[in-house]
Every structure is written in C-alpha cells, then in structure tokens.
Design a protein around this ligand. Structure first.
Ligand code: G3P
Length: 276
C-alpha cells in the first residue's frame, strides 16, 4: 500500500519525503489555507505559486493532488482543472486534479452529476483525476466509471458522523480516537449510515466492489486520523492511504521500541563500541 501525505505544508512535505517512504501528496483548500496562514504568521511574503511548485518538485515522480475550488458547474470545474494542470503539471509532471464527486450544496438534483461530468471530461482530456469526498460505494463506482484514477473515501468523517449522531454515547471522544472497523453496537443495534458501519468499512466495501469487477481506479483511503486506521486500510486492501503528518509520524512509533532501545544502549559493552 502506498503512503501519501495529506498536507500542503512544505516543511511537512520535505520531512515526509526525506524518509524515502512517501509516495504522494494530497492537498485540499483547507490544507492550502493552513499553509498560507502559516506563512503569514511567520511574516513571510506569500507566493503561493512558487510554494506549490516547490512542493511538486519535492514530490517529483509521485502524484500530487490539487483540488478545484470553482465548483459552481461541471464546466467551471473542468476549466479550472485544466488551468491548474497546465500551470502546475509541467513542473514535475505529477499533478492530479481533485474533483468532488458531487459538488451540489443544496441537494439540487440538476447538479448531482456535475462532479461525475467533470471527472469524465478531464479523463477524456487525459488529465489524471482524484475523485474526492466519497461517502458511499455507489459514489465510488460512479466516479470509477467516469474515469477517476483515484477514488477517495473519507473514512474519518464517516466515524465523526456516526459518533455525532449518537453523541450521548461518545461524549469526550475526539476525532483522532479510534473507531472500530466492525462498527459499534448501541442498545443491541449497530450504528450505521445506510449500511456503512465505519469509515474503514466504507473503504473495504469499495475495495471489494472494485476487485470484483476488475476496476482499475485506485482506492485512496482519506480522512484517516490514526495509525490503526492506516493499518486497517491496508488490511482491507486500499491501494493508498493518505494521512496528516502527525499520523505519518505515528507509523514508526511504539513505546516498547523506545524502551527496548534504551536498554540496548545501556547494555552495549565498551568493547563492542570500539569495534567500529
Ligand atoms: O484527505 C482528506 C482530508 O484532508 C480530510 O481529512 O480529517 O479533515 O476529515 P479530515
């Protein structure tokens, strides 16, 4: 499974790539805002174009998703997607355009397929697409049929929603807390969202459908909040897990590793140190 970093912060991107195990980056408007706010707070002049280009170069050879923000119509998303691709892809040839599966804010049935239409148009123009904000296997299937290269189910947000709808049960929980892959029972009933019992269950259902039909789109598990979810994304067969830097760092951590190292360091005989 590939590890992507869910961040627009250059400092995090550079650190993640320095490990040699970072396989790509996903950005979204909120993450770009965080980077811009950070630059402002440090009193730096903002040249976002240069900043993004630096990130693309750091990630050379691996995919970087840039998200559209003109989501009014399919046409607007396609136009902005094409412009973003034209401006940024020449830097390191690694840009994927991120399109929301359904950008309709107001349940307007006329707009329900604008995301799908935009994905299809960009796909036909040979622009790689990451379809984002996926919350059902049906949305994932539609995005794959439209030609999305990556399909991104938002696992953590499903867990947030299940917790929120049963907030009495989850008082004091924070969004980083683990939510069980096989769901949570309350008064003899499984908490669920239309047959989805957890964020990772959503990922698992999409993976199983894609495998069953030999669908080539890759399943990119997103909105992961802890290392255990990354593990479970791997167990259920996600192709990619994207994660914030804090979760990326957790991948190498365990208390016993630290304790074990302390003991080995103390125990190393002077004679051994002198060998090399
Ligand atoms: O990759 C999607 C991600 O940025 C959303 O994560 O934690 O805000 O649900 P989150």
């Amino acid at each position: 499974m590939k590890f992507f970093l869910d961040s627009a912060l250059l400092s995090e991107i550079e650190q993640a790539y320095s490990t040699g195990i970072c396989d790509g980056i996903t950005m979204n408007p909120s993450l770009v805002k965080k980077a811009v706010d950070g630059l402002k707070a440090d009193g730096e002049r903002i040249d976002l174009e240069k900043y993004i280009k630096k990130a693309l170069k750091t990630a050379k050879g691996t995919p970087v998703s840039l998200e559209v923000t003109d989501i009014g119509t399919a046409k607007a998303m396609v136009e902005q997607g094409k412009k973003l691709f034209k401006k940024f892809n020449p830097v390191a040839k690694n840009v994927y355009i991120k399109i929301p599966v359904n950008p309709a804010f107001d349940q307007n049935p006329g707009k329900d397929f604008d995301g799908i239409r935009a994905i299809n148009e960009l796909h036909k123009a040979k622009i790689p697409v990451n379809c984002t904000l996926v919350f059902t296997p049906e949305q994932a299937l539609a995005a794959a049929k439209a030609g999305a290269d990556f399909v991104s189910p938002f696992a953590g947000r499903i867990d947030d929603m299940l917790r929120k709808e049963h907030s009495h049960e989850f008082a004091g929980f924070s969004k980083e807390d683990y939510y069980p892959l096989n769901g949570h029972m309350h008064e003899g009933k499984m908490l669920e969202d239309n047959g989805i019992v957890s964020g990772i269950d959503l990922v698992a259902q999409i993976v199983s459908i894609f495998r069953r039909y030999g669908i080539k789109s890759q399943v990119l598990a997103a909105s992961l909040r802890n290392a255990r979810q990354v593990r479970e994304a791997a167990i259920v067969g996600a192709d990619i897990a994207t994660m914030p830097f804090g979760v990326f760092r957790e991948l190498a951590r365990h208390r016993l590793t630290v304790e074990g190292m302390k003991k080995f360091t103390e125990d190393t005989p002077e004679e051994f140190r002198k060998l090399v």
